[in-house]
Design a binder for this molecule. Sequence first.
Ligand SMILES: [Zn+2]
Length: 323
Amino acid sequence: MFDISRRELTLGAAGACAAFGLDKPVGFVDAAYAQQSASQLFRKYQVGDIEVFALVDGARNVPLRDGLVKNVEFEKVKAVMRGAGFPENQAPLRFIVMALKVRDQVVLIDAGTGGHPIYGDGNGRLFESMSAAGLDPKAVKTILISHLHGDHIYGLMNNESNAQVFPDADIVVPAAELKWWTQPGVEQIDLGPSRKGLAQRIKVTVASWKNVRTFEGEPELLPGVQAVQVPGHSPGMVAHLVASGSKQFLITADVVNLAPHIATNPEWQLAIDQDPQMAVETRKKVFDRAVADKLIVSGTHWLMPNAGTLTKDGNSYAFVAEG
Ligand SMILES: [Zn+2]
């Protein structure tokens, strides 16, 4: 079990800042944190009477290349990576599916990669992680989708036949997102290798399934779970705000794909965000709200534990992992 105290994180940030001559402290600073294995399959958080689970679906190291951060020199990006305890040539990502347990009902937030080969080997471990967490896939009656990228929806469908994995569940998708991915000519838009074939697959699956419903705006989707508009990474992406008792937990999906770096550099424009400038504006809005409202925030691609709190730190933010 991974274990690090708040004090160690704080000292680590100060030390790295001094050691690497960075102009800002760095969040997530600890080599052990950066190099942790994906062996920890789940984590559980209590939000009032709702249990929130982080379920590991897989992991991947994304090669760092010039242009991944569009508005920052590559050498500066590499320096921040080193300062955060990461190798300077690759960024470790996780694929994490969030789940809620409300009484006997299990709600999934997104469905992971489905083990699709485009995301590399060893992914698609959602059912294994659910089993480790004591969650029965048959108890899943609702799936809330943040956005329609493959690493969030391919877990809904069989990789060969496209048959539904959760045919008895209601699948709840932001209307703007479904509209964007089914607009005429969308298949011709080049969104990079990881999104190749995605629009076509959405058309023959999610867009035609009878158990999919859409919504506009920021409604309460389930008792205690509200949609929050967070466009940028994908045009119609939403986050999910879980509130119960005195606690609020914001499942931010892909508002921040490289948390350790973007928390300290929220202005970084990532090439993997479909509208990088809008993604920056959304990120700052979400982070500021998280600070003001003392939210626990989680991200799909952060390392475990992938939830914690943020504090404002000049123009950047410091993240302290929860638990
Ligand atoms: Zn993603």
